[in-house]
Design a protein around this ligand. Sequence first.
Ligand code: ZN
Ligand code: ZN
Length: 383
Amino acid sequence: MLAGNGNGPESMSTATRLDRLRYALDGAGVDAIIVTVPANIRYLTGFSGSACVLIVTGSGSVACTDSRYAVQIEEELREAGLGGEVKVVVGNLKEQESAIVAAVRKAGALRVGLEAEHVSWAAKEKWAKSVAGAASAGGAGCDVVATTELVERLRRCKDRGELARLERAASIADEALLSTAGMLADGPTESEVALELETAMRRLGAEDRSFDTIVASGPNGAKPHARPSDRRISPGETVVIDFGATFDGYHSDMTRTLCPGGELHGQMAEVYKVVLEAQAAGLAAAGPGVAAKDVDEACRDVIKAAGYGDAFGHGTGHGVGLEVHEAPVVGPRSDDTLEEGHAVTVEPGIYLPGIGGVRIEDMVVVGPAGTRVVTGYTKEIWR
Ligand code: ZN
Ligand code: ZN
């Protein structure tokens, strides 16, 4: 999925997103929103810096940053097609706050949303005070109000450009594992495997890894979020490898449980078969219009039926995009429904303390009639 000019992934429809957010503001009963979550700012404007406050009102938007990003913000907004649309203010925190207050006043906003799940108590108090000051000029009172997931909800459905980036990240990870898996037979430590995998991803064009790489061999596999250690990997044991790449801001996420040097025997062989079957059931259940909790249930039923229900403690999956964990949630208590354009993981596992663990994870993209798996590495574990 490359652009016609062959220079990189196809472009994203960033410029349409501010208007989609404005529509959501109406629904949430606010006149404006102050956005501070970096992934949300990047989604709305293309700006990828780490310090920014963005206000979006019914009629305009202002992005504030400091001098470190003065050049970058102009470049990235222009690339996103928002050069003329988003006003940029570069200054210190006081100047940024004044610019936000001016935008509130100009829009005549009475209710200004804050991202409730991400704003600290101190920041909420600060904005409440300064925004109240904005309104006093016009007479009417102006309040800050809590908003939930307004931008995150937009981010769930990826456009073609976003999907192209996610798929590129996934294929980089596939290729990196392909070039790294052979070393497992030589008895490396977990840390050596993680380092090799991460280096391979960078060589293949990744900006970074998606998250701290997990390489968990033998009994360490029973810890779902184990850190790579100096433990040496032996033939015939399981090695849970959970990792991903980022490409142009978009993440991939995949887990394979490998078995260096031969076939698995005994209980772990049985456990592997159960998890593989559970994961296949989850992949088969996923699709547009499907309740995310039904995908979880499809996986969980297989694991329960095999007698390992208590050994699968985490949810089945999560959305992936500008963040490695984002909406929707694929778990037993999820209210989310899968829709075309969602990218989610399906990752059941079984963890047996003192013995080992197996997790198998793919990333799928929901299409108009089904799903497409974008992580391609084999699930045949003997190598
Ligand atoms: Zn993962
Ligand atoms: Zn995951």
